[in-house]
Design a protein around this ligand. Structure first.
Ligand SMILES: Cc1ncc(COP(=O)(O)O)c(C=O)c1O
Length: 427
């Protein structure tokens, strides 16, 4: 791949304060933002308006799978935008048809619906489940404690975390939460109204919790037995992040019976467009025509531009074997993060994850953080920003590493060394 490094923009001294002021005055304050004003990126690096460089191990929360300003994405955007950016879904287009076929080829016999985000992809799966159970009066979807399924009204009802629901009650009916990785509890939770189970293969926002192989296989058998749809939210853990196209494929590799495992519906977004907004859900063949003409839609779903970019992202990942890179370099990083946990137990409690979906759990009480009200994860991320590394908090005590799938070994080593420096300063 040819390196593409854009020239840094002229630095205006007061940019930083003036941009923050624009936000304070004009942007809905629904995000707790970090004190960085970002300007441009190149590969695994991002620059702020003062010219400071950061190694981007957050990847825009598992989105920028090819890093920043990747020339193949730029080219796909330019070429497709010269032809056709958007047409209504009242018509056929070549890029949408091709992308659907590529996803079906990788997942299994079924069909794909295109939308714009992860939450919207999950909404589509919720509607699919309701349609599936409608004539029998079944509508309830069971999800896991600590899950995250998006910020729409149904998304927060589906999410197994109270903090996203607070202030927005009453919740959309039809969702209940069951402890993750607990098959006995899931079986006990099924009621005559239950129509589906939705889980993440790896809980990202919930703090990097991996589904156990026997849980996945057990859920499949339970859904078959009780006539429920098994839905998987792969928005964060999918698209090669764990070293396989889907996290369940990675979790179940070499597990007897694992090769036959397939959910009934899968939602995806984030890395699908490598930074260009696109979401999708795949539905297994027997249920693929449940959402017939007129039952579901979205203006911007699967535009030629979004699909052309997503096709290019898939091509680059596979040509450059970036799944293997995520697997191997991810394993090395996890080993290093575990070393940090062993060496500095007063700061790091443990490290876990798969591929490039890694979590570092901080110790319960870190004296240097006691003076501030801010969660330990946020304070740690701030320290890493000072050291020139971007990561993402998950809850109060976990930080996530979700680097681009094309991260280089020397960049991984730089990240670990800077994280170790930050950890040392807290001992
Ligand atoms: C597992 C999971 N599902 C759904 C979503 C929602 O996706 P979006 O923010 O694109 O709506 C996210 C976002 O972080 C996610 O991690």
């Amino acid at each position: 791949m040819k390196e593409f490094v854009p020239a840094p923009p002229a630095i205006v001294r007061n940019d930083y304060e003036s941009v923050r002021e624009l936000f304070t005055k004009n942007v809905v304050p629904s995000y707790g933002r970090f004190d960085l004003v970002l300007s441009h990126g190149a590969g695994s690096y991002v620059f702020d308006v003062t010219g400071k460089r950061y190694l981007d191990l957050g990847g825009g929360i598992a989105v920028n799978c090819l890093g920043n300003a990747h020339p193949a994405i730029t080219e796909a955007l330019v070429e497709q935008s010269k032809k056709l950016i958007h047409v209504s879904n009242l018509y056929f287009t070549v890029p949408q048809g091709k992308l659907a076929a590529e996803l079906v080829k990788r997942l299994g016999a079924g069909k794909v619906f295109f939308c714009n985000s992860g939450a919207e992809a999950n909404e589509g799966l919720f509607k699919l489940a309701r349609k599936f159970g409608h004539d029998e009066g079944r509508f309830e979807i069971l999800t896991a404690t600590n899950s995250f399924h998006g910020r729409t009204l149904a998304g927060i009802a589906a999410t197994g975390q109270d903090k996203v629901k607070k202030g927005f009650e009453p919740m959309t009916p039809g969702f209940r939460h069951v402890p993750y990785n607990d098959l006995v509890a899931m079986r006990a939770a099924i009621s005559p109204s239950t129509v589906a189970i939705m889980i993440e293969g790896v809980q990202g926002e919930g703090g990097l919790n991996l589904a156990l192989p026997e849980y996945l296989l057990g859920l499949r058998a339970l859904c078959d037995e009780k006539k429920l749809l098994l839905l998987m939210d792969s928005v964060q853990c999918g698209h090669y992040r764990t070293g396989k196209f889907q996290s369940f494929q990675r979790i179940l590799e070499n597990v007897p019976g694992g090769e036959k495992f397939l959910p009934d519906g899968i939602s995806t977004a984030k890395s699908l467009g490598g930074g260009f907004p696109i979401g999708a859900f795949w539905v297994r063949a027997p249920f693929a025509d449940l959402l017939g003409a007129g039952t579901h839609g979205t203006t911007f779903g699967g535009t030629p531009l979004a699909c052309a970019v997503a096709l290019k992202v898939l091509e680059v990942i596979e040509q450059e074997k970036l799944d293997e890179n995520a697997r191997q370099l991810g394993e090395w990083m996890l080993k290093e993060l575990k070393r940090l946990a062993e060496t500095y137990p007063s700061v790091i409690k443990n490290a876990r994850g798969l591929g490039f979906l890694l979590g570092l759990e901080l110790a319960e009480k870190i004296p240097a953080f006691a003076a501030s009200e801010k969660p330990a994860a946020v304070q740690f991320v701030n320290r890493l920003h000072a050291a020139g590394v971007m990561t993402i908090p998950a809850g109060t005590h976990v930080i996530r590493l979700l680097p681009p799938l094309n991260l280089k070994p020397q960049e991984a080593a730089e990240g670990i060394s800077k994280i170790e420096e930050a950890v040392k300063s807290l001992v």
